[in-house]
Design a protein around this ligand. Structure first.
Ligand code: CP
Length: 309
């Protein structure tokens, strides 16, 4: 059986294009499974997975939980807000206590960049990063690429613009790595203050005019402004941001081609994207969520195959 080159999924940066291909091929098989009347396979009956969420989540948390259940794994869910972390317990102590209950894999979302890597070097379990602060969100980027491949047939040669708060976005960084490894051209678009200073090193184009970016691209991935990670003001007001960088139906319809519109969620309707765009047939936002389950099943299945049983 083919296997991943990495023992954990910390970031897309660590994956090869062959790893990504293998994840997608495996996800294709699981997508077929989750569209059957009985959406379940017994593959991971002997595996126990802990889902550790130290930060809010709707899509990622439910998607991982469903993926694990569809693979017949045993699961335990942990939310920082109702745990002994509030009493001062460290991350490593918390996880080692959970692992002593015979847990094989940990899916973790954490507000600190590097938390998943830190854990993978200190505990004896497979670690899957479900988003670590402003660093990476690898399964989001995998499901985004999988959804582009599904809609457009392939990623190679496609032009993808990521619009919005690039500075605070783990989705942007993971998408840049994932798309480039598959041969896409990537552009970022947003106010200068929300484009990181190191962006040149990532080999992406930079554009500050939304219309020009949309005229260039095949796919626009619209990001949310992450106000919860902003301790200073990066633009005068959300209204002004929206006037310059918000995607409206009027702009979309004025282009001479039908681009694909994506959003990782949660959407702030009327800020980065209007409702009529989010609900249009050019948007694949709910397909992204649907594909997330198959892609996460593939990641968990492939990592579990490396566990000695
Ligand atoms: N896309 C994403 O990570 O959404 P959640 O924060 O709801 O998990």
């Amino acid at each position: 059986m083919d296997s991943l080159s990495a023992d954990h999924l910390i970031g897309i940066k660590d994956l090869s294009s062959k790893d990504i291909e293998l994840i997608f091929k495996t996800a294709d098989a699981f997508k077929e499974v989750i569209n059957r009347p009985i959406k379940k396979v017994p593959s991971l009956r002997d595996i126990t997975i802990a889902n550790l969420f130290f930060e809010n989540s709707t899509r990622t948390r439910l998607s991982f939980e469903l993926a694990e259940k569809r693979l017949s794994a045993d699961i335990v869910n942990f939310s920082a807000a109702s745990s002994s972390v509030k009493k001062g317990e460290t991350l490593v102590d918390t996880v080692n206590n959970i692992l002593s209950m015979k847990v094989d894999m940990v899916v973790m979302r954490h507000p600190n960049p590097g938390a998943a890597k830190f854990l993978s070097e200190r505990v004896d379990a497979r670690i899957v990063n479900a988003g670590d602060g402003t660093h990476e969100h690898p399964t989001q980027a995998l499901l985004d690429s999988y959804s582009i491949r599904e809609r457009l047939g392939s990623i190679e040669g496609k032009k993808v613009v990521i619009v919005g708060d690039i500075l605070h976005s783990r989705v942007a960084l993971s998408n840049i790595y994932a798309l480039q490894k598959q041969g896409a051209e990537v552009m970022v678009c947003g106010p200068t203050t929300l484009i990181p200073k190191y962006i040149d090193k990532l080999g992406v184009k930079v554009e500050h005019n939304l219309r020009k970016a949309l005229e260039w691209c095949d796919v626009a991935n619209m990001l949310r402004i992450q106000l919860e990670r902003q301790d200073i003001k990066y633009f005068p007001s959300l209204r002004e941001y929206s006037m310059q960088f918000g995607l409206t139906k009027e702009i979309l319809d004025s282009l001479d081609k039908k681009i694909v519109v994506m959003h990782p969620g949660p959407i702030n309707r009327g800020v980065e994207i209007t409702s009529d765009v989010a609900d249009s047939d050019q948007a694949i936002i709910l397909q992204q969520v649907e594909n997330g389950v198959a892609v996460r099943m593939a990641v968990i299945y492939l990592l579990a195959s490396k566990i000695k049983r």
